[in-house]
Design a protein around this ligand. Structure first.
Ligand code: ZN
Length: 383
């Protein structure tokens, strides 16, 4: 009989195992039911616009299911898109109070909260969170904090941030922003001359070269009648950024003329012919005319316009022809006046990022808020 009882032991063990498993299943089932119930209640309250109760229910759910954090982030983004910033802020603030979140979730939640604050005009609160993120080497925080300091014109804060976390500024777009922060700070401190130069020189030492420091250093030198220095900076500018040549070409020519080395300017123009636009071609033709080769200038420009049509080039060609054709002088001048009037209506600058156009040069695009994205216009009507 006792042997028989021993034989039943495996059966009892198997029974215990199955019962235990069922109990665990039941617990999981009960938890799921609780989650679904709280989730439904919370969403119902939100849909009924009973915000506080709705959010309380959803937050209760967090205590039982940290996996649903992603859903809350989506929900908050939806509220933000609908302009319901107070709700988006409340969800993000409550999420940040949860003890069990991992570092990555906390960081993306802080970034989202900072974006809510910016949209709501709570700039100090936004800055606080963004500064914390930058200190934690969270690169995604750079764009919003740069936009924030651009908006508040707190150049020095931006410069300090860069100098403390230079390793984060690896991309051209970040370097362009910081270079412009240095330039803006330098121009605001023009009374203290040494500081101006120091700031502009520091902007040149960023990991990526950008347009504005070279542009401003050249102008600073030109203002002090240091033509050699102006030529030094602007030659660097035109060789590295062919798209920016129209910004300085005329002033660069003046520097060479003051030093009586016009021939060196025309040698530089020759070097730029293949990479730059119509303004360089016009300068090339002016050089040919000055040295008595007007016919050569007409032939060069006609050939060039066939390959790359340009209204500004056409206008210059009309002027050249008018000087040579006594018979048609007045007619050609009339046509040129019409073409010039048309050109004057065309924008001089265009944002490469959003297409914003203007007659004035802005270093910060008023439309898309990008730094150094506005450059001289290109194409048939451009430079
Ligand atoms: Zn733009």
């Amino acid at each position: 009989m006792i042997e028989l009882l021993f034989l039943l032991l495996p059966v009892a063990a198997a029974y215990g195992y199955v019962m235990g498993k069922n109990s665990a299943k039941n617990q999981a089932h009960e938890q799921n039911r609780k989650i679904t119930s709280e989730y439904s209640k919370g969403l119902k309250f939100l849909l009924d616009r009973e915000e506080d109760q709705g959010l309380e229910h959803l937050i209760k759910l967090l205590e039982v299911s940290a996996d649903s954090v992603e859903h809350y982030l989506i929900l908050a983004t939806l509220f933000r898109k609908r302009g319901e910033l107070d709700r988006a802020i409340r969800i993000h603030e409550l999420l940040l109070k949860q003890p069990s979140l991992d570092v990555q979730v906390i960081q993306s939640c802080k970034l989202a909260l900072a974006e809510d604050y910016i949209m709501a005009g709570l700039l100090d609160s936004a800055e606080e969170h963004l500064v914390e993120l930058v200190k934690a080497n969270y690169q995604e925080a750079l764009t919003p904090i740069i936009q924030l300091y651009s908006q508040t014109r707190e150049w020095q804060k931006g410069v300090n941030m860069y100098e403390s976390h230079a390793e984060l500024f690896t991309e051209q777009v970040y370097c362009a922003a910081i270079a412009n922060f240095y330039c803006e700070a330098a121009l605001e401190n023009q009374a203290q001359e040494n500081q101006t130069n120091d700031y502009l020189e520091r902007a040149l030492k960023l990991p990526k070269t950008t347009i504005r420091p070279l542009y401003e250093l050249g102008h600073d030198a030109l203002g002090k009648e240091d033509n050699v220095k102006a030529i030094y900076y602007w030659r660097k500018l035109v060789s590295q950024f062919p798209c920016a040549v129209p910004l300085v070409l005329q002033d660069l020519h003046i520097c060479y003329q003051r030093l009586n080395i016009d021939h060196e300017f025309h040698a530089l123009v020759n070097d730029l012919l293949t990479t730059s636009g119509v303004l360089v071609k016009i300068k090339h033709c002016e050089g040919l005319v000055e040295s008595g080769h007007t016919q050569q200038a007409v032939a060069y420009l006609t050939d060039s316009l066939k390959r790359e049509p340009s209204i500004r080039g056409f206008s210059f060609l009309l002027k050249l022809l008018a000087t040579r054709q006594d018979k048609f002088h007045s007619v050609l001048n009339e046509v040129d006046n019409l073409v010039s009037a048309y050109v004057a209506t065309k924008p001089d600058y265009q944002c490469r990022n959003c297409g914003f156009t203007s007659h004035k040069l802005y270093w910060l695009c008023p439309s898309c808020k990008s730094w150094e994205s506005i450059l001289p216009s290109q194409g048939v009507d451009g430079y």
